[in-house]
Design a protein around this ligand. Structure first.
Ligand code: BG6
Length: 476
């Protein structure tokens, strides 16, 4: 074995969540509705019709949850702010109770020496803005999002130094405007790329504002990184893989870092008639929004092969928790997916690939030369609550350990990794998969049918991660 570098001093050993998935209190203390509050009520959209009305009641139990974080020795907690708690109508009047909640949470974290990492947008757009002008499809959102962000920077920037701008723009846009699995439930390539361009502009403008208001802070988007592989060394498959990188990885990250779309990708979209409208001044704004780090949410890799012009398009997605139902899918004339025979998958059919994380981080490092914050990584599984309220989640320990090992290898390769947040700290609502797909170190006793007492129980992985943090990962 090669000798590996240690995790740096001050490494942010963290864990992450998102407002809609933990808070509950969906209409409490003046909060407005978000697009998810409505979407989950459409029959058939989520597993057993679950919603986040109550979620894991973090809104009322945040002190108990932060105490558990402190007991673990967690160094950082990444959480998101619900826009509609701050601005119930998306814009206009501020809701003081919303500000109070997050002020209290931030203070509670700091009291326990836990660094808050705040995500400003984790998918829960105020429904009012969707109704008023179509949300991300209208340029008015650039102003409204900027105003919302300025409010957060001004109110919390004195204590919060790490910020995530948009969480997984590539996912909320892709699932919202192409696969119709997220709100607003659209399937239209052209609309997807238009909305995406507007989201990129909003991201850049908010980062520009951040520089003035929190000059000593750090900000970046969180990108859902699915590094790709060619299915074979057939040059046609390698080309398909490169097309996929261009349209999925570079399409977003080049814009974040350089303010420019990738050339071959843009050419391809223009031929298809899907290219976004880039107005005068857009590129300048994008260039002014360069992040301090690349946030990376990593769960899996993808493998790609040639796809002819009359080949397969977007397909069904597996949300049922059953193995082996993922369909082949792709972009005709570019690439299609192929199962990777070298990799095992989770019970939700996601490839388990620690080396893919190292590869993905190296690609980001050599292309963009930015520090990386792993803002999410973890394993969604069916956990079993055993007698005595214990949960033996050795599979989760194994998963996280291997991914941390890959981080250590990446650091040894020269990647500037500033932190690692697991998904998630407590169990929480999986947007489309209900409460059965669990990610936490802390078990929350509830299920789809029964909220029960929502008691918190520490899983085996809780104690394990506690040790990892205490030793700054030296035994990984
Ligand atoms: C990421 C999101 O895409 O993956 C999280 O940022 C999400 O919000 C996580 O919960 C896991 O996805 P899922 O579908 O297993 O809940």
């Amino acid at each position: 074995h090669k000798k590996l570098d240690n995790f740096p001093e001050g490494f942010l050993w963290g864990s992450a969540s998102a407002a809609y998935q933990v808070e509950g209190a969906w209409d409490t203390d003046g909060k407005g509705k978000s697009i998810w509050d409505d979407f989950v009520r459409i029959p058939g959209k989520t597993f057993m019709g679950t919603n986040g009305d109550v979620a894991v009641d973090h809104y009322n139990r945040y002190k108990e949850d932060v105490a558990l974080m402190a007991e673990m020795g967690l160094k950082a907690y990444r959480f998101s702010i619900a826009w509609a708690r701050i601005f119930p109508e998306g814009t206009g009047k501020i809701c003081q109770e919303g500000l109070d909640f997050y002020n209290n949470l931030i203070d509670e974290l700091i009291k326990h020496d836990i660094e808050p990492i705040v995500t400003v947008y984790h998918w829960d757009l105020p429904q009012a803005l969707q109704d008023l002008y179509g949300g991300w499809e209208n340029r008015q959102i650039i102003e409204d999002f900027n105003n919302y962000c300025i409010t957060l920077f001004e109110n919390f920037g004195d204590r919060v130094k790490y910020w995530v701008s948009l969480n997984e723009q590539n996912i909320f846009i892709g699932l919202g405007y192409l696969r119709a699995m997220h709100p607003p439930g659209v399937t239209d390539y052209k609309r997807m790329y238009e909305a995406n361009h507007i989201a990129s502009l909003a991201n850049a403008k908010a980062i520009k504002s951040f520089r003035k208001i929190v000059p000593d802070g750090k900000i970046g988007p969180s990108f859902a990184l699915n590094p790709g592989y060619p299915a074979t060394c057939n040059p046609e498959d390698v080309l398909a893989f490169e097309d996929e990188e261009e349209l999925n990885a570079h399409w977003w990250m080049d814009v974040y870092v350089w303010g420019e779309y990738p050339i071959a990708g843009m050419k391809f979209l223009k031929e298809k008639g899907w290219a976004p409208t880039v107005l005068e001044g857009d590129t300048e704004l994008l260039k002014e929004g360069k992040p301090d780090f690349m946030g990376v949410n990593y769960y899996r890799t993808g493998t790609f092969e040639k796809n002819p012009l009359d080949g397969v398009g977007i397909g069904g997605f597996n949300t049922t928790g059953k193995k082996g139902t993922t369909q082949e899918e792709g972009v005709p004339g570019a690439y299609k997916t192929k199962r990777n025979e070298y990799l095992e998958t989770t019970n939700w059919d996601w490839e388990i690939d620690p080396t893919g994380l190292r590869i993905g981080m190296r690609r980001i490092t050599s292309r963009y030369k930015l520090p990386i914050l792993i803002s999410e990584n973890g394993l969604g599984e069916f956990d079993k609550l055993e007698e005595g309220n214990i949960i033996n989640d050795d599979y989760r320990i194994d998963y996280i350990e291997k991914h941390l090992r890959a981080c250590k290898e990446a650091i040894t390769d020269g990647v500037d990794l500033i932190g690692y947040c697991t998904w998630s700290f407590t169990d929480l609502l999986s947007w489309l998969n209900g409460y059965q797909k669990r990610y936490g170190f802390v078990y929350v006793d509830r299920d789809e049918q029964d909220e029960k007492e929502m008691a918190r129980y520490k899983k085996k992985s809780f104690y394990w991660y506690k040790d990892v943090i205490m030793n700054n990962g030296k035994d990984i």
